[in-house]
Design a protein around this ligand. Structure first.
Ligand code: HEC
Ligand SMILES: [Cu+2]
Length: 365
């Protein structure tokens, strides 16, 4: 091994032991992804071995001194059917297996907790609903499905946790999601796997998996300032969204309470579900997502609100189950404080689909 420099050799050794060639299996999906991966390697190896054996075997069996005159073979239906049907069956197994896994990976369970991720040159910013912020780190509890709602503030990035077998593009202008359930306490690598400029290689971080008790303690000690929804509420008021979305019958904009998750009839006749992406798009491109029955008077807020601000407003609307606070914000500017006590909590008009959730003042966190 004299031609390999000791430095490279040391580096290789360190690399092999540190990364153990294969990342640890630390999520619920990891064993399933690996099973498919090893199956693919196995059939590829088997195919390679069969082809090699046939090439070598035929070269020896039918070499020139044994077989000086070539025999012309005019096709064989049986042979052709065999080498068509067997690979087809194998590929169909890979396809169906892969598709089932794909649906599992990209459809988060409904009970997943949501955490927001903003990618930018060159860092990962993580926003927990409770207002905990992290940079190049993500703390998650063990044994709980976690969904990430991700967006880029500039170029394409890709959020990858090899130990969880999870990777998803993080795109400017559109939310993408990924989910996982961590199964092993520990610290794992986070990578950006989409070349995104000079410091792309520095766009890395730690995924810290904690026991549920440790996670609760971490959440409690890491609060810095307001929750996302509180930030959103502040923006909602300062951008005067409540001027049109007051929830009154006479309001110029639709009622936003209990909007999240409901089916929306758009002005162009199509139906859509009010998810995170719809809320974000409705704020930036109101005319493209105009709701049926309303004049398209909502201005665009493109350029007036950052991705992090949008996350706050989206989180606020998601948690808005009555217009009590919206009206209170309005009343604060119109009424003397003594008159406010007359506002009856939950007295909203035009609540969506009759689900007038009994509201508690201050319930919108
Ligand atoms: C000038 C009045 C006006 C203002 C200000 C306004 N909106 Fe709207 N908004 C509307 C109208 C009208 C619609 C329905 C037509 C449409 O979708 O364009 C609407 C639709 C929406 C929808 C979709 C609602 C649904 O039922 O599907 C959301 C979400 C929304 N607005 C959020 C906001 C936010 C957040 C702000 C502040 C940043 C805001 N709006 C400011 C008038 C307004
Ligand atoms: Cu990147």
């Amino acid at each position: 091994m004299s031609h390999i420099s000791p430095v490279i050799w040391q580096f290789l050794e360190k690399w092999l032991t540190t990364f153990a060639i294969f990342p640890p299996q630390a999520s619920a999906i990891a064993p399933y992804t690996d099973a498919l991966y090893f199956f693919l390697i196995l059939i590829t190896l088997a195919g390679g071995v069969i082809v090699t054996l046939l090439v070598v075997g035929f070269s020896i069996l039918y070499r020139k001194d044994k077989n000086p005159v070539a025999t012309q073979i005019e096709g064989s239906t049986l042979l052709e059917a065999t080498w068509t049907i067997i690979p087809l069956a194998l590929f169909m197994v890979c396809f169906v297996w892969g598709a089932l896994l794909y649906f599992r990976i990209y459809n988060p369970p409904t009970n997943a907790m949501n955490i927001y991720v903003v990618g930018k040159q060159w860092m990962w910013k993580v926003e927990h609903p409770g207002g905990q912020h992290e940079i190049n780190a993500l703390h998650v509890p063990i044994g709980k499905p976690v969904q990430l709602t991700m967006i880029s503030q500039d170029v394409f990035h890709s959020f990858s946790i090899p130990a969880f077998r999870v990777k998803r593009e993080v795109i400017p202008g559109r939310y993408s999601t990924v989910w996982f359930e961590a199964t092993k306490v520990g610290t794992y690598h986070l990578f950006c796997t989409q070349y995104c400029g000079t410091s792309h290689s520095a766009m890395i971080g730690d995924i810290v998996v904690m026991t549920q008790a440790d996670y609760k303690a971490w959440l409690a000690t890491s609060v810095s300032g307001a929750s996302l929804a509180q930030n959103g509420e502040r923006l909602f008021a300062s951008l005067s969204c409540n001027a049109c979305h007051s929830g009154d019958a006479a309001a110029r904009g639709p009622n936003l309470a209990n909007l999240y998750g409901s089916r929306i009839q758009l002005a162009n006749g199509s139906l859509t579900t009010a998810d995170d992406a719809f809320l974000r798009e409705s704020i930036l491109n109101p005319s493209m997502h105009a709701v049926a029955g309303y004049a398209p008077i909502m201005p665009t807020y493109q350029g007036q609100i950052s991705e992090e601000g949008l996350i706050g407003v989206v989180e606020y609307i998601k948690n808005l189950n009555s217009n009590y606070r919206v009206q209170q914000t309005l009343n604060t500017t119109e009424l003397a404080p003594t008159q406010q006590t007359g506002v009856e909590p939950g007295a909203t008009s035009g609540t969506r689909s009759g689900t007038a959730a009994p509201s508690v003042p201050g319930m919108v966190k």
